[in-house]
Write a protein that binds this ligand. Sequence first.
Ligand code: SAH
Length: 213
Amino acid sequence: MKDTFKHQGLRNQLATLLSEKGITNKVVLTAIAKIPRHLFLDSSFEDFAYKDQAFPIVAEQTISQPYTVAFQTELLDIQPNEKVLEIGTGSGYQTAMLLELRAEVYTIERQNELFKKTKLFLPKLGYRPKLMLFGDGYKGLKEHAPYDKILVTAGAPFVPKALLGQLKIGGKLVIPVGEETQFMHVYIRTDVKKFQKQELGECKFVPMLKKKN
Ligand code: SAH
């Protein structure tokens, strides 16, 4: 697990690139320049770790493209100590981003192999989510609700009602919705039964899966 000046240089370049692509949140860009993404990937991809691309990880899943991670995080507008639920832990890279923003993170992954790997890996880098769970993201995590923010990092065929129901009033859900390609949706809970919905641009995620492995 080596992190060198070369890696640091590449990370700085990646942060600059993302700012050129329209990311303006300074805290997000600082986190991009800090998190050692190459350690979240299989070593055969190490040379490409700081390209703005998604890469395969175990269990046919992907580590999201850095721009996507930055974009979703910027949309969430995380404040320190906010309670955040993440659906799709994957490699843990997005989880690390949320932790860099000092959120209290609850994260769910439905692939057991990936869950076990990431649960061991994140603390090695000093990243400690409040809870990492092997489970079904469609149900959210009622025991610890309500959340200030909920983030879905897989393409959802529809917006799970459970997730909307687990938001605080004033809370925000960021979720890519669609089958083949998705559109980024943002829901703000303005009242117990009222949500303000915003639909943003097209994006591409691995599908949010229904059956547990
Ligand atoms: N945030 C991750 C992105 C991983 S890709 C990263 O930065 O690496 C999406 C992840 O969502 C995959 O790991 C996939 O296994 C997981 N996933 C898919 N369907 C899910 C579900 N129903 N509940 C929880 N996780 C799910």
